[in-house]
Design a protein around this ligand. Structure first.
Ligand code: AMP
Ligand code: MG
Length: 417
C-alpha cells in the first residue's frame, strides 16, 4: 500500500503492517487431524484431501431447452410427427425412425437424435407435425455427457474452503460426506477490570465487553471452535493461570486488551512468563498494540498467541488484517491475498504521523464511480463507524488525505471469505 515511491517514516519500534502480515503467514502451521462430515455441515470447512469426480458431468447427453429432439438427416419439408415424449427424469430412449421427440430441459436426448430445436423456433401444423424455423446445427442445444467434467478429474483440491457454490458442485456429483480439516480450537479471553458482560447493568466506569462478542462472531465466521475463557481481571496471577489453561487446551490463544505498555497492561509479562514474544507494535492506526507470541519453549513447539488491542476498532482491524490470514493457514488453507484498489477520497483530512491509517469509509456510488466518505467518528473506540463502513481507506504514514485524490481502498467484505 505504500508503493507511491515516497519515503514513509514509521514510529521507531513499530513494525510495518505488511511485513508483520507476511511474518504471521510464514509462522502459521496447519493443524493435524481431519474428520468426516455430512455435506450439509461442510460450509466454511476446509477440504482435507483432493476430491475427485467419480461421475461424468453431465451424466448423459441431455437437452438444454424445452423443445423437440430430432435427427437432422430425417428433417423433411412436410414436417416430423411427434412420436415420443421425454420429460426430465426419464431414462435414455430411442427416437422412432421418421419422428421427433417432445423433450424438456435436462431430459436425456433419445438415441438417434442429434439436435434439439427450442419450442420457440417450431411451428406445429394442423396434423401436429413439427416444422423448424431457421437453421439447426448438429449438436444444437444438447449438453454432452462429460462435457464439463470426466470421472477421475479433480473436482476441488485439498485446502479449499467450502462455500455455497462448492457445496452445490459436490452435491451435483453425488457426494454426501467428505473429509475436512478438524476445526481450529481457539481460546478467547478479554482482559480488563472495567469489563462486564453485555446484558448486565453498567455503573459509571464500567464497559461492556464488546471485543469478546465481536471476536466470537469473527471466529465462528472463520469456522473456528471457540473456547470462551471469559473476562480476566488486570491481575498478573489470574492472567497467567488462564493463559496456562489456554495453552494446554487450544491450538491458538486470542486475547484483547492489556497489551500496551501501561502498568495495568499485564498481557506481555504473562506471555513472557510462559513463553515469548515474537513481535509487538505495528505502525497502524488503529491497531498499534498488537502482539504475537507463543506459550511454550518456542514458537514451533508452543501454542501461538495473538494479543489484540483493547480498543474495539483496533481489535477488529488487527483481526482482519493480521490474525485472520494466520488462522487461515492454521486451518490448512492458503491465506487469502489482500484485495486493494484505488478509490477517490471525497474528503480532506490530516494524516497520521508515523503510522499507516485505516479510515473507516463508505463508498458513495451516486456519481457513477465510487467516492469514499468517512463512515463516522474515527476514534479507535468508536464502533458506530466501523459497523457502517464498507471498507478502509488506507493512508500511508505522514500523508494527508486530499479530496479528489485516489488512495488505496480495502473492502471489508473480503474478510468474510
Ligand atoms: P487496554 O488496551 O486494556 O488499555 O484498553 C484500551 C481501551 O479499550 C480501554 O478504553 C478499554 O476499556 C477498552 N477495552 C479493552 N478491552 C475491551 C473489551 N473487551 N471490550 C470493550 N472495550 C475494551
Ligand atoms: Mg485494559
Amino acid at each position: 500500500m505504500s508503493g507511491c515511491g515516497c519515503a514513509e517514516v514509521a514510529t521507531p519500534g513499530l513494525l510495518d503492517l505488511f511485513a508483520v502480515r507476511a511474518r504471521l503467514i510464514d509462522a502459521a502451521r496447519p493443524v493435524d487431524g481431519s474428520e468426516t462430515v455430512p455435506l450439509d455441515e461442510a460450509c466454511r470447512r476446509v477440504l482435507a484431501e483432493d476430491l475427485l469426480a467419480s461421475l461424468d458431468m453431465p451424466g448423459v447427453d441431455n437437452s438444454a431447452m424445452d423443445g423437440y429432439a430430432l435427427s437432422l438427416a430425417e428433417l423433411v419439408t412436410e414436417g416430423l410427427p411427434v412420436s415420443l415424449r421425454v420429460p426430465a427424469g426419464a431414462g435414455v430412449m430411442r427416437l422412432p425412425a421418421g419422428g421427433c421427440a417432445r423433450i424438456f430441459t435436462g431430459a436425456p436426448v433419445p438415441l438417434g437424435a442429434d439436435a434439439v430445436v427450442p419450442q420457440e423456433r417450431v411451428c406445429l401444423d394442423a396434423e401436429g407435425r413439427v416444422h423448424v424455423e431457421g437453421e439447426l446445427a448438429e449438436g444444437a442445444n444438447i449438453r454432452r455427457r462429460g462435457e464439463e467434467t470426466r470421472a477421475g478429474a479433480l473436482l476441488l483440491p485439498a485446502g479449499t474452503c467450502l462455500d455455497a457454490a462448492a457445496i452445490a458442485l459436490l452435491a451435483s456429483h453425488g457426494i454426501g460426506q467428505l473429509k475436512v480439516v478438524r476445526r481450529l480450537k481457539v481460546a478467547l479471553l478479554s482482559t480488563g477490570d472495567e469489563l462486564i458482560e453485555p446484558g448486565m447493568d453498567r455503573v459509571p466506569g464500567q464497559v461492556h465487553d464488546s471485543n469478546r462478542a465481536m471476536l466470537k462472531a469473527l471466529l465462528a465466521q472463520a469456522g473456528c471452535q471457540v473456547l470462551d475463557l471469559g473476562v480476566i481481571a488486570d491481575d498478573p496471577h489470574a492472567l497467567r493461570l488462564t493463559m496456562a489453561e489456554a495453552r494446554d487446551e487450544a491450538d491458538l490463544v486470542v486475547c484483547s486488551g492489556g497489551v500496551s505498555v501501561g502498568e495495568e497492561d499485564h498481557v506481555r509479562p504473562a506471555i513472557e512468563g510462559l513463553g515469548g514474544i515474537d513481535f509487538h507494535g505495528v505502525a497502524i492506526k488503529p491497531g498499534k498494540p498488537f502482539a504475537f507470541g507463543y506459550l511454550g519453549d518456542d514458537l514451533p513447539a508452543g501454542t501461538p498467541l495473538i494479543a489484540l488491542p483493547g480498543n474495539p476498532v483496533a481489535s477488529l482491524v488487527g483481526w482482519q488484517l493480521l490474525a485472520l490470514p494466520f488462522v487461515q493457514v492454521c486451518q490448512g488453507r492458503e491465506a487469502v491475498p489482500l484485495q486493494q484498489f484505488p478509490v477517490m477520497a471525497g474528503f480532506s483530512r490530516r494524516g497520521p504521523r508515523g503510522r499507516r491509517e485505516l479510515l473507516r469509509v463508505v463508498l458513495d456510488w451516486t456519481a457513477g464511480a465510487p467516492v469514499a466518505r468517512l463512515a463516522g467518528g474515527q476514534g479507535s473506540h468508536m464502533l458506530s463507524a466501523a459497523s457502517q463502513a464498507h471498507g478502509y481507506l488506507v493512508v500511508d504514514a505522514n500523508k494527508n488525505v486530499e479530496k479528489g485524490h485516489a488512495y488505496t481502498y480495502c473492502p471489508a467484505a473480503q474478510f468474510l471469505v
